[in-house]
Design a protein around this ligand. Structure first.
Ligand code: AMP
Ligand code: MG
Length: 492
């Protein structure tokens, strides 16, 4: 080990300290009893252009496991509020996470590096500040799957086992996820600033976000309105992208919605196997608030909470300000519908699509739901048909074969005839997703037997989800009847 290289942490900035002090708390992670690095995302580090030697060094491990603090850049916990299932919670914040700071990556941009599961903070309330290895591996696999699809997301950089047990429904190994993100600022962060009722705090936060993430708005005369407009646009695109791969976030509380529109806080989230528009996985979402087909409506609701925090910053009379914000919020649904429709056109290989194509998509989704068809497999097999392969695998998905033949005939009349449209279709239809039962299998092997083979194989495969490969064939299959995971838990 070359200590001269590894001594210096690449996490060399802490720009959140520029915010008013009410927005964060000084907080040191709790030391881990017996830390070990069980996974390092070297592919991501390479993309970032960050040397991996510090992460692999003794010093790196001590810092990431909470056993030593970098005295030049001490960690903090960030403050935020949130509406959880529509109920207002004034103080949430990082209850089990520590922001180590920012790294400057290849193209000069900054990424946050945060520890999750690193011990109690000022915001822990009754919690133990820890995370189970299972929840950490789950976030790792699903966030890396999202990245593989090209969907904006926080990333998983490393997994540290703490050597301690964590008590949830049962006792299990504890772990820390080292995650990176363009930002950890949430809608709930703005709500926290707003709740201080100090306009300087709200302004400082909004200006910080603009400076770091939307610098092109800095000279905009109506920069806070334009900020909302940009966030509306990005979130509309994000939610459409989730839905196109059958993703259900599960806890779209305002504290789990990133202001830079990266998917964040993977708790009881999941990808659907069988298509059902009102599908819910989370054990705590009893009323289907965050179901697959509700996510756009919830995003608008959350963005309305964000918009409210900007009100005092607008140089307008209250009525005019409310009107201006509402006009921008009203653009969400059309933008979302457009993005979803464009994405669906690609999934079905439709070009120069018109109302007939749109109507057919609606009918097709209803058929998928009625016939209880696997969402990913359907589009995967349809892509194979478009490439010139046999219809048979697709037809086996229909419980009513005649209906399948009828459907396929209609689709053939509408699909693009251009051979190259197959490529676009392939890029819209993953060969595999991070299926629940496979995620569970990988977690069980790691938690129960300390065997990370399946986890590592799966993580690697998910980086290339649009490519069929015999090595990864096991990840394509939907669950057998006794493998179906019907609920996912917050027991994190
Ligand atoms: P989440 O449901 O993971 O988005 O978390 C909601 C809030 O609960 C956040 O403020 C978290 O920091 C906090 N929280 C979740 N789990 C724990 C824990 N084990 N210890 C302390 N705080 C936690
Ligand atoms: Mg959260």
């Amino acid at each position: 080990m070359d200590l001269s290289v590894s001594k210096h942490s690449p996490i060399s900035h802490q720009y959140y300290r520029d915010l008013p002090t009410t927005m964060f708390a000084e907080s040191n992670p709790a030391p881990s009893t017996s830390p070990s690095l069980v996974e390092l995302n070297t592919v991501l580090l390479n993309q970032y252009g960050i040397d991996e030697s510090w992460f692999m060094s003794e010093q790196g491990l001590l810092n990431l496991a909470g056993n030593e603090i970098n005295p030049e850049n001490p960690p903090i916990a960030m403050a935020y509020s949130g509406h959880q299932f529509a109920h207002w919670v004034p103080v949430l914040g990082d209850g089990r996470a520590h922001m180590l700071g920012q790294m400057q990556i290849t193209n000069g941009t900054l990424v946050d590096v945060q520890l999750k599961g690193s011990g109690r903070t000022h915001y822990s309330r009754g919690g133990d500040g820890r995370a189970t290895l299972g929840s950490v591996l789950r976030e790792y696999l699903i966030s890396e799957a999202m990245a593989g699809f090209g969907i904006p997301t926080t990333r998983s950089l490393a997994v540290i086992m703490t050597g301690e047990k964590v008590q949830r429904e049962k006792s299990g190994p504890g772990a820390i996820l080292v995650r990176s993100a363009a930002s950890h600022i949430r809608v709930g962060t703005f709500q926290y600033a707003s709740a201080t009722q100090d306009i300087n705090v709200i302004k400082a936060l909004a200006d910080y976000v603009i400076k770091r993430h939307f610098p092109e708005l800095d000279q905009d005369d109506a920069k806070y309105l334009t900020l909302l407009s940009e966030v509306v646009k990005q979130q509309a695109e994000l939610i459409a992208q989730w839905m196109l791969v059958g993703f259900i976030h599960g806890v779209m509380n305002t504290d789990n919605m990133s202001i830079v529109s990266e998917t964040i806080d993977y708790g009881p989230c999941a990808f659907m196997d069988t298509f059902k528009p009102n599908k819910v996985f989370s054990s705590i979402d009893r009323h289907g608030r965050y179901a697959w087909d509700q996510q756009s409506n919830i995003a608008v609701w959350n963005l309305a909470r964000f918009a409210e925090t900007l009100l005092p910053l607008l140089d307008l009379e209250t009525d005019a300000a409310v009107e201006a914000l509402e006009a921008l919020l009203a653009k969400f649904i059309p933008k979302f519908n457009y993005a979803l429709q464009q994405g669906m056109f690609k999934k079905f290989a439709f070009e120069q699509a018109d109302d007939r194509h749109s109507a057919f998509i609606g009918e097709s989704l209803a058929t998928l739901s009625d016939q209880e068809i696997d969402f990913t497999l359907f589009f995967n097999y349809l892509t194979n048909v478009h490439q010139g392969n046999d219809d048979a695998p697709l037809l086996t998905l229909f419980s009513d074969r005649e209906k399948g033949i009828e459907w396929l005939n209609k689709w053939r009349l509408l699909k693009s005839d251009k051979p190259e449209s197959w490529l676009t279709m392939r890029q819209a239809n993953p060969v595999f997703i991070a299926r629940n039962h496979q995620v569970e299998k990988a977690i069980r092997a790691a938690e129960d037997n300390g065997d990370f083979t399946l986890f590592r194989h799966f993580a690697k495969a998910l980086a290339n989800p649009f490519e069929h490969s015999p090595d990864n064939a096991e990840f394509e299959a939907p669950p057998l009847a006794d493998e179906i995971v019907t609920q996912t838990f917050c027991g994190t």
